[in-house]
Design a binder for this molecule. Structure first.
Ligand SMILES: *Cc1c(COP(=O)(O)O)cnc(C)c1O
Length: 420
């Protein structure tokens, strides 16, 4: 499928029958309906978000939510698990097939829970871990003092080159030799390029460290063959099932068979209780979708859209970090347009364009961070990406009432691409 072909239109009116909720609890129904309208009526450019399919939502909203299932298929601490066991076995089989991994654990409640379990399997409190510093795009679980990771382990942060915004592998190797970490984490919430997993593996081998890939962001691109896979290189791969992968909110862990038992015990009973079987069924549905040719086309289209959007933003005067992107993710400094990241996020939000701020490779200013996973699911293509780049500067330059005109243009644009 050529990457410029828009994703096929999706067929359904509403993700769930909300009548019963409206009748019983109008207060919450109003929130749900309002949020559905907000998602359809503005541009969702948050890099970690996507529109999951009606089939995924159906599994999530199913009575599997009622089932208690501590343990693993065939070895549960509760009765009546035969059918949910089947759901988990299907999810595990699809995950290992999709990513070419020996073992998958699909129970982590979130990406953070997956990382917590991976650390629990590999480390002891006090161990040293080398990971991307939070001021460069590391995740909270990569050593934030406000998170268990920073409290229980000794994190040594690596960064990116201030000029190029790229990972500096020489620097990472020097830090590894100096600090002899027990584990090295690669993965980020905002790095727009592919990590070189083979180089990370070499560095980890040289110092005898585990290599943990936190691929929460690119996992959907990896599934669709639009990004290199860490699976052949990392001891453990952690990911989310939402984000580009387009499944339910949740986490997963992949590893080789030699670590399978340790990973499983680190998830349950060490860091979690009963698995959420409705979410696991929904993960299975998402893995099934991600194994299709249509999803591979989608993943490549996400990257093609991000490249066009990054070029457009650069042409409009934004300083795009690393000069572009290989992924769904773009980070950029709006300073050349006379605004900082926080002001830009506020003005863009006022015009109906929703995104985040992020750290920049240099200084302590904030940039903007955005992604193309959701807009690509809606069926937007390269023409729309070019238009969005122009809408950005129009919104940032708008004075007074002019912002309302930009808001209307955004409404007209998204109106042509309903997410459901
Ligand atoms: C999103 C993300 C996580 C955490 O996912 P949650 O489901 O929000 O806990 C962890 N690591 C990285 C690199 C991420 O991008």
């Amino acid at each position: 499928m050529p990457v410029s072909t828009p994703a096929p239109a999706r067929t359904t009116a509403t993700p769930a029958d909300l009548d019963v909720l409206r009748r019983q609890d109008p207060e919450i129904a109003e929130v749900v309906l309002g949020e559905m309208a907000r998602q359809a009526d503005s541009l969702q450019l948050i890099a970690a978000e996507n529109f999951t399919s009606p089939a995924v939502l159906a599994a999530l909203g199913s009575p599997l939510a009622n089932k208690y299932a501590e343990g693993y298929p065939g070895a549960r601490h509760h009765g009546g698990c035969e059918l949910v066991d089947a759901a988990e076995r299907i999810a595990v089989d699809r995950a290992t097939g999709l990513f070419g991994a020996d073992h998958a654990n699909v129970q982590p409640h979130s990406g953070s829970s997956a990382v917590l379990a991976a650390y629990a399997a590999l480390l002891r409190p006090g161990d040293t871990v080398l990971a991307m510093g939070l001021s460069f795009g590391g995740h909270l679980t990569h050593g934030s003092p406000a998170n268990f990771s920073g409290r229980w382990f000794t994190f040594v942060p690596y960064g990116v080159d201030a000029e190029s915004g790229l990972l500096d592998y020489e620097h990472i190797l020097r830090l590894a030799r100096e600090h002899r970490p027990k584990a090295i984490v690669c993965g980020s919430i905002s790095y727009p390029r592919h990590p070189d997993y083979a180089v990370f593996r070499e560095i980890a081998d040289e110092v005898g460290a585990y290599l943990l890939a936190d691929a929460a962001h690119p996992m959907g691109l990896i599934a669709g063959g639009a990004a290199p896979s860490p699976v052949p290189y990392a001891d453990v791969v952690c990911a989310t099932t939402h984000k580009v992968l387009r499944g339910p909110r949740g986490g997963m862990i992949l590893c080789g068979s030699h670590l399978a038992e340790r990973i499983d015990r680190a998830v349950f009973p060490f860091t979690q209780g009963g698995a959420q079987m409705h979410t696991i069924a929904a993960k299975a549905v998402a893995f099934g979708e991600a194994a299709t040719a249509g999803f591979a086309g989608y993943a490549h289209h996400v990257v093609a859209n991000a490249r066009v959007l990054a070029e457009g933003l650069e042409a409009e005067g934004f300083a795009v970090t690393t000069g572009g992107t290989d992924t769904h993710l773009i980070t950029a400094d709006p300073a050349p347009l006379g605004v900082d990241g926080r002001t830009a996020r506020g003005r863009l939000a006022a015009a109906g364009m929703v995104l985040d701020t992020c750290a920049l490779p240099y200084g302590d200013g904030r940039g903007i961070r955005l992604g193309t996973a959701a807009v690509t699911t809606q069926g937007m293509g390269e023409a729309e990406m070019a238009r969005i780049a122009v809408l950005f500067t129009t919104a940032l330059r708008a004075e007074g009432e002019e912002i309302h005109r930009v808001r209307e243009e955004v409404r007209e644009l998204v109106g042509r691409f309903p997410p459901y």
